[in-house]
Ligand binder design. Structure first.
Ligand code: S3P
Length: 430
């Protein structure tokens, strides 16, 4: 057993009230936009986890003054064109969001810079952003014609493009919109289904000239961005693991306070409600990012058919939904989830491996996943595949299995949720 392994004992119930760390997507964007704005940006409830710290370190190395105290970040914005060529290559760890969005920002900067990452990040497809950024005028080099990191980018004068994105990816959309801040003319991105819109909301908040019309978002350069103070809502993707745990436990009642409930992120809540989940959503703030309190109670779950169009709104929650499906009475089908194959690990493969080991009936056909419940899951030796969301999802499965389980390496939860196991313990009744 490695030092990073984790034993999970079966639990009965999930009870209590929790507040979760800040949303990962919003935390990244707040540091990024604060860095290229004029003046000071103060970010409260910043997600103090490895991925967001990679973003912070990258901008420090690009010459931005950034301070972190607890979960509050203060950014002294460098203003438009104010980033400095870093002294060395920027190492971004496991963070795909940092690499893709940063490429969009660097596309407008007239210096050369190399971005690298860990083994997982070095395998993830980057062509989806490097190709449109090249069309805009950036020079980018890297393995497989700039599909794989390390990537060297030399930005500068850009021209606007109308990009039709084959994938509903917020990372692609955001990268191009960030480049559009510096591009002559107009830049637009059209996506096949709506992906999370945090970049659009935050760009507007900082003063950018941006507008969305259905699936098309358009940005024009010219307006300087101004720093802002903000509080990051709790991470709905982190909440998903606790929501599923509370539904599966007997006699559970869990309150999750101050969670982001932007409707481009709440697909999993809708799907779970269709499955019969008892989830009360109380909206609290309807500001630049909506915030709500959730109350979740034990529920008997029905199966669901999750259509391709529902994937972008629930992409990071699909591993948790697969656990819910394994306990639901009947067949759940997840259609067109191919994007899961290019996450930090292939999450169709990792979830199939673990759920099958526990005795669940799960199969994949291409990019579709079929789960036949309800399974009686049996505790087993499980693997995180060094992927944070696989580790957290299988932890929840293990909590409701018949014997104890051991997960080989859970250090990966530090990329998005270092407090995960402490919070889980605080609400688990054995
Ligand atoms: C993210 C977008 C999604 C998501 C990822 C974070 C973002 O990725 O899976 O965890 O912050 O923009 P894609 O844009 O690749 O779908």
């Amino acid at each position: 057993m490695s030092n990073n392994s984790k034993t999970i004992n079966p639990a009965k119930s999930i009870r209590g009230e929790i507040v979760l760390p800040g949303d990962k997507s919003i935390s990244h964007r707040a540091v990024m936009l604060g860095s290229i704005s004029e003046g000071v940006t103060k970010i409260e409830n910043f997600l103090n986890a490895e991925d967001c710290l990679s973003t912070m370190a990258a901008f420090k190395n690009l010459g931005v003054g950034i301070g972190l105290s607890g979960s509050t970040v203060t950014v002294n914005g460098a203003g438009s064109g104010g980033l400095k060529k870093p002294a060395a290559e920027l190492y971004l760890g496991n963070s795909g969001t940092t690499m893709r969005l940063l490429l969009g920002i660097l596309a407008g900067e007239d210096f050369e810079c190399t971005l690298s990452g860990d083994d997982s990040l070095s395998r993830r497809p980057m062509k989806r952003v490097t190709e449109p950024l090249r069309q805009m005028g950036a020079r980018i080099e890297g393995r497989d014609d700039a599909d794989l990191a390390p990537l060297t980018i030399h930005g500068g004068r850009l021209k606007g493009i109308d990009h039709i994105s084959p994938a509903a990816s917020a990372q692609v959309k955001s990268s191009i919109l960030f480049a559009g801040l510096h591009a002559d003319g107009v830049t637009s991105v059209t996506e096949p289904f709506k992906s999370r819109d945090h970049s659009e909301r935050m760009l507007k908040l900082f003063g950018a000239d941006i507008a969305s019309d259905g699936l098309k978002t358009t940005i024009k350069k010219g307006r300087s961005l101004k720093g802002k103070n903000m509080r990051v809502p709790g991470d709905i993707s982190g909440a998903a693991f606790f929501i599923v745990a509370a539904l599966l436990g007997e006699d559970s009642e869990l309150v999750i306070k101050d969670v982001g409930c932007n409707k481009t992120r709440t697909g999993a809540l809708e799907i779970l409600k269709e499955m019969g989940a008892n989830i009360e959503i109380n909206k609290k703030i309807d500001g630049w990012e909506p915030v709500c309190d959730l109350i979740i109670r034990s529920s008997k779950l029905r199966p669901a058919t999750i259509e391709r169009s529902e994937i972008p709104g629930s992409i990071d929650e699909l591993p948790a939904l697969m656990i819910a499906a394994a306990f639901a009475e009947g067949q759940t089908v997840i259609k067109g989830a191919g994007e899961l194959r290019v996450k930090e690990t292939d999450r169709i493969r990792s979830m199939q491996h673990n759920l099958s080991r526990m005795g669940a009936v799960i199969r994949s056909k291409g990019d579709d996943v079929v789960i036949d419940g309800p399974g009686k899951l049996i505790g087993s030796d499980l693997s995180s595949f060094r992927d944070h969301r696989t580790a957290m999802a299988v932890s929840i499965a293990a909590l409701f299995a018949s014997e104890k389980s051991v997960i080989d390496d859970v250090s990966c939860v530090n990329t998005s949720f270092p407090e995960f196991f402490n919070i889980l313990k605080s609400v688990s009744i054995y």
